[in-house]
Ligand binder design. Structure first.
Ligand code: ZN
Ligand code: ZN
Length: 593
């Protein structure tokens, strides 16, 4: 009966496959989610050529009996949607129960499953059941999907490169393992292990499996709660950042979701601690009563809406800010040491890269970036210390004493812990920035009248934009009047603005007005403070006396964030005594030699 049903629906399945099974990653996703639903504690995903040749998923969950095994490939086997909670299955594409049928329609499937004593073995080619027989009595399910799209060559052409397929599968498995730390996952491509987690429930160990020891060492635990939300997780120190938001993972009630506002809030909380166009690594577990979540979400985007969004964003923002603004954040200089441990040697991971073009396939070799390689070891690394927050009267930056200046650009400093290098420009920029911002934020900004007013001529189109937003300048306590064709005259300027090269400063501010598309006063002030702080910071090749340097360091130590320039670059880098010894090969030797 079930068999006939599958046959009848062959065509429908092929059509559905076009919508549902677009990539190897969607097949992996469907199979792995089935394993999770079956209560598996261990799930192995074994790929051949990034899944284009074969995707095999082995689990130790509750297998199926023969009838279920056959029915699983029926298009309307929607048995899985059983309760309201399934509406909130954000990870699914809304086709649960149909996906297996769709996958089977465009590939060769070999299923071995066992629920009790008797195992079942089903072979399906292009949606046709070829063979059903008794199988091994091993508890769990082994499903192999091979030659995906072999019978729909038009589809096959659209498959991305092996590298793209593999990276999206890896990304999916990474997130899944973060949201299911109690399941042991293995992801393997050909003979290379890409991800292996231990199922211990320790999120930090999963982070280690994905990102390696260096990043894990720089992850800080966070937690916060209010009446509706409870948050736990890890965020990276500001010195760790990546080019994409993809490493900002939000898990709501155990499921990975995507929310632009949450990501933006986290990134804003890091503002000026890192460059704005780089993103931290964060894993936040949010627990919330499901009734607070809007289930009216776009099924394919994993996007989620919360009814009390503002309180959630505030909670996240305060949590992140309090965690990063209360600690010493001087990055340590990266000292590469020879790795003695054989296990730590990273294998050269060469992946075959097949270009699937209309003429057939050609093979190229590419090397995956080192980041993709995972070395697993016990979590025996020294994590970032998460002691008591600093007291208000304590300075975040330790005392340090200047010894000299390199190329008029870098200050060398020392204290009992080691040596510091400080970027003169970045340090000065930070001091200016905090001073300007404070002055600009005062309700009554003082202004100074100019003995010789400055006239500024603009192009006609710039002049039109400026005239629309002249209030921004008056709010900053400039006194400005129109002066002839496309010109303005500046009669007073805010006192905080340095007077050397005033015209240039005013032009800089006008540029911000002209280039900025959306105006919020905060953003405008922020931009102006950042631009002006850079303009008036010391340029390279400046001569400074030790006394000048001492003053600068004191100024910097008084800043709210002495560790970064307003653009998020580091002001200071630390070389510990130990690192210096290592650099000069003094450690472990007789240091007197
Ligand atoms: Zn600058
Ligand atoms: Zn800067």
């Amino acid at each position: 009966m079930a068999v006939i049903k599958v046959m009848d629906e062959l065509l429908a399945n092929k059509i559905a496959a076009g919508e549902v099974v677009e990539r190897c990653a969607s097949v992996v996703k469907e199979l792995v989610e089935n394993s999770i639903d079956a209560g598996a504690k261990e799930i192995k995903v074994l790929l051949q050529d990034a899944g284009t040749r074969e995707i095999k998923v082995i689990d130790d969950g509750n297998g199926m009996d023969e009838d279920d095994a056959i029915l699983a490939f029926s298009r309307h086997a929607t048995s899985k949607i059983t309760d309201e909670d399934d509406l909130y299955r954000l990870c699914t594409l809304g086709f649960r129960g149909e996906a297996l049928a769709s996958i089977a329609a465009v590939s060769k499937v070999d299923l071995k499953t066992c629920a009790g004593d008797i195992g079942t073995h089903v072979i399906i080619n292009g949606g046709k059941i070829i063979k059903v027989s008794k199988g091994d009595a091993r508890r769990g399910t082994i499903i192999s999907v091979s030659e995906l799209f072999y019978n729909t060559p038009a589809r096959l052409k659209h498959m991305k490169s092996l590298y793209t397929e593999l990276s999206s599968i890896t990304d999916y498995m990474n997130k899944l393992s973060l949201s299911h730390p109690k399941i042991r996952f293995v992801l393997q491509n050909n003979d290379n292990v890409i991800l292996r987690t231990d199922g211990s429930g320790n999120t930090l160990k999963v982070i280690q499996s994905i990102y390696g020891n260096d990043v894990t060492r720089k992850m800080v635990p966070v937690s916060a709660e209010n009446d509706d939300y409870e948050i736990t997780g890890y965020i990276s120190l500001p010195e760790v950042h990546r080019s994409s938001r993809n490493n900002m993972v939000t898990i709501v009630n155990g499921r990975v979701v995507r929310n632009i506002e949450i990501n933006k809030t986290i990134n804003d909380a890091y503002h000026s601690y890192k460059p704005d166009n780089r993103y931290p690594i964060t894993i936040l577990n949010i627990t919330v009563d499901p009734s607070v979540i809007d289930v009216n979400i776009h099924p394919t985007k994993m996007d989620i809406k919360f009814s009390k969004m503002d309180t959630l964003l505030d909670l996240i923002s305060n949590m992140v800010i309090s965690k990063i603004s209360n600690r010493e954040l001087i990055p340590k200089a990266e000292i590469k040491t020879e790795i003695k441990d054989e296990i730590k040697k990273k294998p050269k991971y060469v992946e075959q890269y097949i270009k699937l073009d209309s003429k057939g396939s050609s093979i190229e070799q590419i090397e995956l970036p080192e980041e993709e390689i995972i070395i697993n070891s016990d979590l025996d690394i020294d994590l970032v210390s998460d002691d008591e927050p600093y007291k208000a009267e304590e300075k975040l930056m330790p005392e340090m004493y200047p010894v000299g200046l390199v190329h008029g650009t870098y200050i060398i400093l020392e204290n009992e812990k080691g040596m510091y290098l400080m970027d003169l420009h970045a340090a000065k920029e930070r001091c200016n920035y905090e001073r300007f911002k404070e002055a600009m934020g005062k309700p009554n900004i003082a202004s100074t009248a100019l003995l010789f007013p400055v006239t500024i001529e603009l192009s006609n189109d710039d002049y039109i934009i400026l005239k629309q937003h002249l209030n921004l300048l008056t709010d900053l306590k400039f006194k400005i009047e129109e002066f002839g064709v496309n010109s303005i005259i500046v009669k007073e300027h805010p006192t905080w603005l340095p007077t050397n090269n005033l015209e240039d400063s005013v032009r800089t501010i006008i540029d911000v007005i002209i280039r900025e598309k959306e105006f919020s006063i905060e953003k405008f002030n922020e931009k102006v403070a950042t631009m002006m702080s850079c303009k008036h910071a010391v340029r390279a090749n400046t001569h400074l006396t030790i006394e000048d340097m001492r003053d600068l360091v004191e100024d910097l130590r008084n800043c709210k964030n002495p560790f970064n320039c307003p653009h998020g670059r580091p002001t200071t880098i630390f070389y510990s005594n130990y690192d210096l010894e290592k650099l000069f090969k003094r450690s472990g030797f007789d240091t007197k030699k």
